[in-house]
Structure formats: C-alpha cells, structure tokens
Design a binder for this molecule. Structure first.
Ligand code: NAP
Length: 298
C-alpha cells in the first residue's frame, strides 16, 4: 500500500549536524514500515534557518527535525504550532504539507514516555532537575504540566533560567551550591540530570557524587545522556540502590512521536523501538560516529 511519504525525503537540520543519530533512528523505522523515504542530515548554519526554510519543499522534503541551534528560531516561522511547541517556545519537528509549515515539539512527551517505560513515576512527586538549558526546559515544563508536585531546577547560572521559573509557581530555581538545592534533594521523588556532565566527548564531569547521598532511598535517577549508555552518575546511583535510566528512551520516543507527525500514522512503539535498537546499539557500543553531513548553503 502506498504511503504519503513514499518517494519523499525527510531530514534533520542543525549546526553542527554530523553527530546526529536521527538518520539511523528514523531510517530504521521507515524501513521497518516499508515506506520508501530517505532521511538525511542537512547542515543549516546558525542564524540562517529563516533563509533556508523556503527551499525545504523544493528539496522534496515532507518534513524535518531540528536540533541546535534552530529550535527557537523556527517558532515564528511556522504556519501552525502544536500545544507543546507553543509551551516550550521551541520546535524540533516540522511537517510540510501543501507548502505550509507545521511546528511540533516531541521532546517533553518523549521524555515522559521513556520515564514510564522505565517504571518511573512523576505524578505528585517533587522533582529535582540539574541544568537549565534547552532539554531541561522541555522536561521541566512537561513535568509541571503533567502532574509533578513541583520541580526544583538547580543550575550553575540561575539568572539564565529566570524566565523558565516564572512560567509556574511550581517551578523553583536555585544555584547548585545553595542550601535550597540540598533541601530539594532530600525531598526528591525523582532526580533528572539535564547537564552534559559525564557525556562522551565532554571533559566536564561531576566533581563528586555525594549529592546522591541526600536523595531518599530508592528515588529514581535519570540521565538525559545516552553516550555513554551508562554514565558515572548512573553507576553511582545504582551503587546507592536507586533505580537508574539513561536518555536513550527519550531519544527514541521523541523520534517515534516525530515520525507519527510526518507520516500521519499511529505507530506501535514497541515494534519501532526494537527496529531502532537493532541499528543503534552497535553504533553506540562502538562509539562510532555517523558519516559526514551534507552541506547545504545557508
Ligand atoms: P544546553 O542547552 O547547552 O544546556 C546545558 C545545561 O547544563 C545548562 O544549564 C548549563 O549551565 C549546564 N552545564 C553545562 N556544563 C556545566 C557544568 N560544568 N557544571 C554545571 N552545569 C553545567 O544543553 P541541552 O540541549 O539542554 O542538553 C543537555 C544534555 O541533555 C546533553 O547531554 C544532551 O546530550 C542531553 N539531551 C538528551 C536528549 C535525549 O533525547 N536523551 C535530548 C536533548 C538533550 P550554564 O547555563 O551555566 O552553561
């Protein structure tokens, strides 16, 4: 049976883009579904997404994913925005239909689905989030909207997160070394690392892990990082008896949700996850980087 994506293209845009795993993930799902559509990387230089966007339909694209640094710049360029994209003021998925651009953001919902796959609960929990960048923003706003009791954002530069904290009285903000952060850890029912500390290729690591000793016994610990699959944070959390989950589930679920938008289909998440893991795990285990990106003039 033919599908609306047959003969079309999909892509991920960003700058840099060569490290994106989206082509592997999306192509695995497209192949599993028997849809003849190719998914590629396109380097769109920082600051040039508005100039690039009108060329997207001419490239035969039915849609594209967006990563750093374009997610915010895309917001005012969309013809329509989903509720989540409007809430985060950030777009990671653009569907192109009849020359119109429809902006979505699947990060927060992807995180929630991964959390529940891991058997972790957020509803009526006090959550502590380390970091206040783009990923933290989606996670914090989604958790707040989806029933967390409150979310304390502990970060290095609280000034940068004042706008996020102002979005809800249930979002609290403090510096990593403040007493308020220690107190929040002591009451936390869920801990999430949204900093790149411990990520492969990033020199910075947590100075020490004694903050984990403040968490109540068996509070789940999530790391958004998926390279390596098990960070030092997750190792240390498991040593202390906390359930631990990496960022792979979020990565895959946000991609499934994006493909549902591109394809106008409701997908079997377990089937898609299996197809993705088969191609992705060897890459992650080898630490191998995907091939070169295709450069498109900005
Ligand atoms: P980002 O926008 O650059 O934000 C990074 C945050 O971490 C900022 O709050 C930053 O603080 C803080 N930070 C950086 N270095 C730090 C250090 N040495 N000490 C304390 N805080 C530090 O990055 P992002 O896009 O939010 O990504 C964050 C992490 O999530 C990355 O590891 C990324 O790979 C991962 N991620 C995973 C998924 C997934 O699907 N699993 C999706 C998105 C992101 P300052 O503001 O002070 O610099």
């Amino acid at each position: 049976m033919s599908h609306l994506l047959d003969g079309k293209k999909l892509a991920v845009i960003g700058d840099p883009i060569e490290h994106s795993l989206s082509p592997i993930i999306q192509q695995a799902m497209l192949d599993e579904l028997g849809i003849s559509c190719t998914y590629e990387r396109i380097l769109v230089q920082a600051g040039s997404v508005a100039a690039w966007l009108p060329s997207a339909p001419e490239l035969n694209l039915a849609g594209f994913n967006a990563t750093m640094p374009h997610k915010t710049d895309l917001v005012p360029l969309m013809d329509t925005l989903s509720d989540d994209a409007r809430m985060y003021r950030s777009v990671n998925t653009v569907v192109i239909r009849e020359g119109r651009f429809h902006g979505h953001n699947t990060d927060g919902e992807g995180f929630l689905r991964a959390l529940h796959d891991a058997g972790m609960e957020h509803r009526n929990r006090r959550v502590v989030v380390y970091g206040a960048g783009g990923a933290a923003r989606s996670v914090v706003l989604k958790l707040t909207a989806a029933g967390a009791e409150n979310v304390t954002v502990c970060c290095r530069t609280p000034k940068k997160a004042e706008e996020l904290a102002a979005r809800s009285p249930r979002i609290r903000l403090c510096g990593l070394a403040e007493t308020a952060c220690e107190e929040a850890l002591q009451q936390a029912g869920l801990f999430i690392n949204c900093t790149p500390l411990g990520m492969q290729g990033v020199q910075a690591q947590f100075d020490d892990f004694s903050f984990l000793d403040r968490l109540p016994a068996s509070t789940p610990v999530c790391d958004l990082i998926y390279r390596p699959l098990k960070t030092r944070l997750l190792e240390e959390a498991e040593k202390r008896g906390h359930p631990a989950a990496n960022g792979l589930g979020m990565l895959i679920h946000q991609a499934i949700l994006a493909l549902e938008q591109f394809a106008s289909l409701s997908l079997d998440a377990d089937l898609m996850k299996k197809a993705v893991m088969k191609r992705l795990l060897p890459v992650l285990n080898r630490g191998q980087l995907p091939p070169e990106s295709r450069k498109v003039p900005g």
